[in-house]
Ligand binder design. Structure first.
Ligand code: CA
Ligand code: CA
Length: 197
């Protein structure tokens, strides 16, 4: 019996406190004005200046050169700087899309280079040329193009106003033969940023 009374007393005390709080809110004179809700943003720019010490941040640009006289076993690399100009962390992504080409035979408009050109991508979100020892993604151009999605580059996040580096390493398959002789291919690289939620 004593226990029940204590319990009732407790419940009543809470009710009184709640009522008081409600009353204070109704009569308070304080006000809050100008409340603005702004959603987070993600925005990505690419450095179009090949000089590692100079930056020209743009949304899109055409690669200034053309790779010519390629032969089986040829390799090369290029570091592309990307910058998060949004307000939240982002996960970097990459996709390659074939836009044109020519063939020396009957392989079709994209020729035989897509299945013989491998592109590996390494991402450094710290802008210190600290790349992973194994590529974050490594596919032939044909595979990159066939994938409908942007593929993630590692697990590191690119913070607001931060610069990251994407190292692209390409190789013409050493086992390619005359099927690539005089073929050409043109493609776009598409860098992306995904939110973490
Ligand atoms: Ca640069
Ligand atoms: Ca061909």
């Amino acid at each position: 019996m004593t226990k029940i009374i204590k319990s009732l007393t407790f419940v009543m005390a809470v009710a009184a406190a709640t009522g008081g709080a409600t009353y204070a809110m109704l009569t308070g004179a304080a006000s809050i004005t100008g409340i603005t809700f702004s959603s987070a943003s993600l925005n990505l720019l690419v450095d179009s200046d090949p000089n590692p010490d100079a930056f020209v941040w743009v949304s899109t640009f055409s690669y200034p050169g053309t790779f010519t006289n390629l032969k089986p076993g040829d390799t090369g690399s290029q570091i592309i700087d990307i910058k998060n100009t949004g307000t939240i962390d982002g996960k970097a992504t990459l996709h390659f899309h074939i836009t044109g080409g020519s063939d020396n035979g009957t392989a079709g408009p994209a020729g035989n280079l897509p299945e013989n050109l491998r592109i590996s991508a390494y991402f450094d979100p710290t802008d210190t040329s600290t790349f992973p020892s194994t590529p974050d993604q490594s596919w032939t151009l044909k595979e990159w193009d066939a994938n409908p999605d942007q593929l993630p580059l590692g697990t590191g996040l690119l913070g607001p106003d931060k610069v990251g580096q994407v190292k692209l390493v390409w190789e013409i398959s050493p086992s390619a033969g005359n099927e690539i002789n005089n073929d050409s291919i043109t493609f776009d690289s598409m860098f992306g940023l995904n939110s973490t939620f």
